[in-house]
Design a protein around this ligand. Sequence first.
Ligand SMILES: [Mg+2]
Length: 424
Amino acid sequence: MKIHIDLDCFFVSAERTIDPCLRGKPVGIGGRGDTKIFSHEKSRQFLSLKNSGSFVPAYFFEHQSTQENDLNKFIDPDGRIRGMLTTTSYEARAYGIKTGATIREALQKCPDIIIKQPNMKLYQELSHKLKHFLQKRIPIIEQGSIDEFYGDLSGWVDDADVPEFIDQLKHEALEILDLPLSVGAAASKFTAKMATNDAKPFGTLTIYPHEVNDFIKEKAIKEFPGIGRKTERALLARGIVTLGDIQSHPDIFLSTTKSQKDLYERVCGIDNTPLQESRERKSIGISRTFDPQIDRRELTRRVIILSRHLSHALVRMQKHPTHYTLSIRYELSQKGNAAITINRLFSESFLRETLLSLFYQADIHDNLKVIRIGLSCSAFTQSNHHTFSLLDYDEDLIKHKLTQSTSSLREKYGLDTLLWGSEL
Ligand SMILES: [Mg+2]
């Protein structure tokens, strides 16, 4: 069988490992677009590439909370409370405070709620510890996100022994890592994930193949991992409301596209999707959301800052990208994108010039305010590869070496050590 492991209210549980006073209390972790990166003040920053979970950012800011409540960090000089909650404890959920609620709403529902600033470095360290813990006990592990893993028990634990195995796993994780988690087990990883949701908090649930139909019958289609709002709307329009409705309509799903057939098999728990063990990184990106910004000079400054961070990551990874993309999100849900493929040996100045020109290209609504910028690089190649443009190779090689020495200085003294004049 396959299992799905998910930490219970992870960010709150993580804070509780270092501050036991938070136990048993309503707690929320506030998230506000991390804009410290653009601040003119210096702050200690870290780059981390060791954890490949898709929701794990690569950059961190040193963060040490000395007080129990960080609410003041979310109050603007004008007295307005800003920000929303990325995680809430079960005690807070009892007041009807859900993930995604604004901090203002949360305080209205529960004035005693403790608000903490996120500490991504701590969360990543604990996520890594959990991964090691699981790898020691289960042969094949796939990481789904920072706090979510799949494991394949086939040939390792007999189906009949799975409930006992996952119950032990849960207790052992609490004892060793001090983190509560829930585990679901089933033949399909998708059924296992739904079982985890039902088991939460600090629970386990095994769904054997003959139990799948009853298990999914009454569940709303949106509860299925992979049915987003768009698919949900399309299915509802056809009168398909529950997962049981999907299961009882093979005629609709099996005769059309491959993705419809896949959906049908996954919902019914009869797919055989294997786990994907952590693979090599195929791309790396950095993006930030911020308060609406109209000033194009400030926006290009931000592109330069983000590209400096990306450059440092590429040097650390020893990768040479050949494909670059930049995306802009505006107010009013407008978007702009641009991409380019170039075979040039990577250097920081080349990356910066490339991304700046992509920004000018992508910025199609220059009368609108921008709320997010994202950069990414992919299609990695080797530095000794012949595909690099020979015309520029000698000059690029000098720039590439300069980039490497710049990065080793930054590694030692912090990412803000050497800046481009245009960033100031
Ligand atoms: Mg979780």
